[in-house]
Design a protein around this ligand. Sequence first.
Ligand SMILES: [Zn+2]
Length: 309
Amino acid sequence: MDGMPQTLAPSPALWQRTLKAPIGCVGVGLHSGRRVSLKLCPAEPGQGIVFHRTDTGRAVPARFGNVMDTRLATVLADPSDPAVRVGTVEHLMAALSALGIDNARIELDGPEVPALDGSSAPFVFLIDCAGVQEQAAPRTSIAIRRAVRVSDGDAFAELRPAAVRGMPGLEMAISIDFAAPAIGRQALSLHLTAETFRRDLARARTFTLAEDVAQLRAAGLAQGGSLDNAVVVDAARVLNPGGLRMQDEFARHKLLDAVGDLALAGAPLAGRFIAHRSGHALNNRLLRALFADAAAWREVTEAPVSAAA
Ligand SMILES: [Zn+2]
């Protein structure tokens, strides 16, 4: 019943969190090929995740409404000046959200987050090195109240209310279907927590088809791509000398991408995410559809100090 506190599952962290200390790295952007210096810094409660282009002095909040391009990666831009872009935010956003970081100032001196190894694992490592700080402000999450679905042909992405009312976090399920036999059909489902993210998703790398590489390069994309930061598939073969990290690395990476894209909701989601062949475009359309329907979601702030019953 409304207003009745329910304790059906382990409670999520009740307090907002940031990084304990700044930490940085340097790497190359997957699409721009630009060498970029990245720094993750603590931020005040209520700030959310905000990217700061130190080379232009402009800030771009990590919110779904600021997504300007979803062709091969999720690209944010300043709505008042679309030239101020921050590309390929999804693997970093996935690590921040899965590890429960609500507030951070992300500084970078170029147009794209470094690819590093093409997964979220290096960002998890950076966050672990920096440490996590709880803040004296309650965390607000977004509970899904009504199903929202977007589709494109047979591809779809959907958010539904939690199977058990009051259940925190996201139940996630994804399936993919590629003509390349090395990928084929794969499906994966999990309850997203820091632990499942670390174990099942964080190390899964981005991937591309060998037949697309020349075309991408000609279009000015994948300039920084290599076998060091992407899995490249040629029909039945994986071209990377070390092979795959997990046999279903492709489905795991697609779910990792969804975690990063959904983090642009600006607060943790509580409910179910179900998708087939979804990607950055559908994931972004899903958030836009969710927030366009005021009856489909509700903000939930749990009181950190439980009141007497
Ligand atoms: Zn990705």
